[in-house]
Design a protein around this ligand. Sequence first.
Ligand code: THU
Length: 145
Amino acid sequence: MRAADCCEEGCAMTLLQAAARVRENAHAPYSGFKVGAAIRSADGAIHLGCNVENVAYPEGTCAEAGAIAAMCAAGARDIAEVAVIADSPEPVTPCGGCRQKLAEFAAPDTPVILGTTSGRQTRTTVGALLPGAFGRDHLATTREG
Ligand code: THU
């Protein structure tokens, strides 16, 4: 089954299993570190992403960014739950940029499940990952410059 076939209506996979499945499609020839991410949006749909590296290294994109882009492309804007998985000794945590990207579409108490391919798992929240996040309220002052 291709990752894209997972998590259609009625799929019994957990969000972390969906992330593990899409991780197989990661393009990570430079780091060798494949990451999969799955987002459940508030409407119940599942959106998948994997890291996509580039020979010009900074041009690569993270798995979380891919899942967020898929969610937006599907017309959804509210993240209900996130799962991220990699083949790491400890559950992988999203990079700083991805924490900010997740915070754009998630409430501070939105659950984030972090897993390893060997079966380790931890749970956290978007707010715990990014305390003191820069948010919309910070923009709502003056608009000079
Ligand atoms: N990476 C992700 O996709 N998500 C994370 O949460 C951490 C890092 C990717 C970026 C790069 O392709 C590889 O993992 C090594 O940093």
